[in-house]
Write a protein that binds this ligand. Structure first.
Ligand SMILES: Cc1cc2nc3c(=O)[nH]c(=O)nc-3n(C[C@H](O)[C@H](O)[C@H](O)COP(=O)(O)OP(=O)(O)OC[C@H]3O[C@@H](n4cnc5c(N)ncnc54)[C@H](O)[C@@H]3O)c2cc1C
Length: 501
């Protein structure tokens, strides 16, 4: 390959201190215009100079577009859901198929580039974009094909959850997906996949029958129980550490389209009582009753409140009996619980203006919501100065817990809930997020000791020791597979399994 004629720039050996990200775009754009080469950042943090000929060759080889700073569409493509993440890749490869992904991965590997992989862009810590590296943008790689006879679905690696739900439910079939339909199938599945059906059918990753992917050596591989079973084990929980998944093969399950779903909201004055009720009731719920607790306070004088979000997909004649206690815990302020279409319920939490808020999120797993946790959550919440904070408890257990811890890389099987606390701020109005971030860190410092491990999809930027203990007994096997499939750590923007070779 011509592009292997790597040209190290004058400053290649020195660690580059990039200016703040906005001016980085200007620097890169100016350089692209002034010289024929593109300055980029390697995975090791050092500057890399990409010869223009090699960049042109990559562009020609792709079916999708190669975007540089200043290219039309570059700004949209570099953005992620969390508006406070404002990064500027040197190159964005918009991949339309596995062949494009192979080209992009080979190019990144040849030059040792920093690589980000983006599907739905929902990583709260911004793992799916980067400053100065190559962004592999999977958004053109979308599509769902259901086989109603085999009751399976093939889903392209850049697809969003809404497409999976809509296509499979059209055949009376489902698999577990997350609760917001514009979340990416890629990131959600590789890290776990909690959702309204997870207690009944397991995590999204428990429903993966196989994947097609491109590993760090640029090779296209299949991984399933029969083919590359080690890799198959690793991608189910190992996040993006092992390569770029270009297609997922999912097990589907027959399910009625009509479920009982919606929210019961209570005034803030009842929040503690509702949380205490929720901790007991969610612990004893049958697998086909899924309940999330959430509590939030909006900006200004918005009253805020606590609520329970429900999906019941079991026998209809049991619904009234099971849901009545939720309605009677306190007088509801809003009660939208009703029989409804499952796909509509899955879209009901979508965010209207997804890229308007900066967000900071902390999360951890809990085994039961005991009195000490209720106290910490309520006390921290009440002390919030900026009134834009919320926490949620996503219901786990059921089928998730019945899979052995070492069956997949995902280790935190026995959590009863995934607890997340987030603070948000409107980007246009608040230039300095630090008061919000500092507040949440203080709040979390009190709550974290009551958690055990964390969901890598919510918290991907933790350091090595925390990642190691989070994977528990699965970590050693993950490291040996990382050593085999990605020894140079090309795929590092994730809950990173550091190779040891
Ligand atoms: C509004 C919102 C709602 C959410 N709801 C839920 C929920 O109900 N249940 C739940 O479990 N989680 C939920 N999450 C968390 C979610 O699982 C993570 O944010 C997840 O990373 C989203 O996947 P994505 O493809 O959109 O992310 P991206 O930001 O695109 O990617 C996240 C990570 O996955 C890697 N990645 C993505 N696609 C691929 C691929 N095809 N191959 C290899 N690596 C890839 C990326 O490199 C990156 O490291 C939610 C998040 C948000 C913001």
């Amino acid at each position: 390959m011509k592009r292997r004629t790597f040209l190290a720039g004058a400053g290649a050996a020195a660690t580059l201190a990039w200016p703040a990200s906005r001016s980085l775009a200007g620097v890169l754009q100016a350089l692209t215009q002034v010289s024929s080469d593109v300055r980029a950042i390697g995975g090791n943090g050092k500057e890399v100079t990409l010869p223009k000929a090699a960049v042109g060759e990559l562009s020609d080889a792709l079916r999708g577009r190669l975007l540089l700073p200043g290219s039309e569409g570059y700004d949209d493509a570099r953005r992620v859901l969390n508006a406070s993440i404002d990064k500027h890749p040197a190159l964005i490869a918009q991949c339309m198929g596995a062949a494009d992904v192979r080209e992009a991965v080979s190019f990144a590997s040849d030059y040792g580039l920093l690589v980000a992989v983006k599907c739905g862009g929902h990583s709260a810590s911004g793992q799916s974009t980067c400053d100065g590296g190559l962004l592999i943008d999977l958004s053109p790689l979308q599509g769902v094909r259901v086989d109603p006879v085999a009751q399976t679905a093939w889903v392209a690696g850049g697809s969003l959850l809404g497409a999976l739900d809509a296509e499979s439910m059209a055949f009376g079939l489902v698999t577990t997906a997350g609760t917001v339909s514009h979340t990416g199938v890629g990131g959600l599945t590789l890290g776990g996949g909690y959702g309204r059906l997870a207690r009944r059918y397991g995590l999204t990753l428990d429903n993966v029958l196989g994947v097609e992917m491109v590993t760090a050596d640029g090779q296209f591989r299949r991984a399933s129980a029969e083919e590359n079973p080690d890799l198959f084990w690793a991608v189910r929980g190992g996040g993006g550490n092992f390569g770029v998944v270009t297609a997922f093969h999912f097990q589907l399950h027959p399910m009625n389209r009509e479920v009982v779903g919606g929210r019961v909201m209570f005034p803030m004055s009842e929040a503690r009582r509702v949380l205490e009720f929720y901790s007991d009731y969610s612990a004893s719920a049958p697998d086909d009753l899924y309940m999330d607790f959430f509590m939030g306070q909006g900006p200004g004088d918005a009253p805020g409140g606590a609520g329970i979000s429900v999906c019941y997909c079991g026998p209809v004649d049991q619904a009234e009996r099971l849901l009545a206690p939720i309605r009677s815990v306190a007088p509801p302020a809003v009660d939208s619980l009703k029989s409804m279409d499952y796909v509509a319920l899955q879209r009901s939490g979508d965010i209207d203006d997804p890229r308007a808020l900066g967000v900071y999120l902390k999360a951890g797993f809990v085994s039961g919501v005991d009195g000490a946790l209720v106290d910490q959550l309520m006390d921290g919440f009440e002390a919030h100065p900026a009134r834009r904070v919320g926490f949620f408890l996503q219901h786990a257990g059921g089928a998730i817990d019945r899979v052995p811890m070492d069956a997949t890389a995902f280790a935190n099987r026995n959590a009863s809930h995934n607890l997340g606390i987030s603070v948000g701020w409107p980007m246009g109005q608040t230039s300095d997020p630090s008061p919000h971030v500092d507040y949440l860190r203080r709040y979390w410092a009190e709550v974290e000791p009551l958690t055990q491990g964390f969901y890598t999809n919510d918290v991907a930027d933790e350091s090595g020791g925390k990642i190691r203990s989070n994977y528990g007994p699965n970590y050693a096997r993950l490291v040996s597979l990382k050593n085999r499939y990605d020894p140079k750590n090309l795929f590092r923007l994730n809950a990173n399994i550091a190779p040891t070779v």
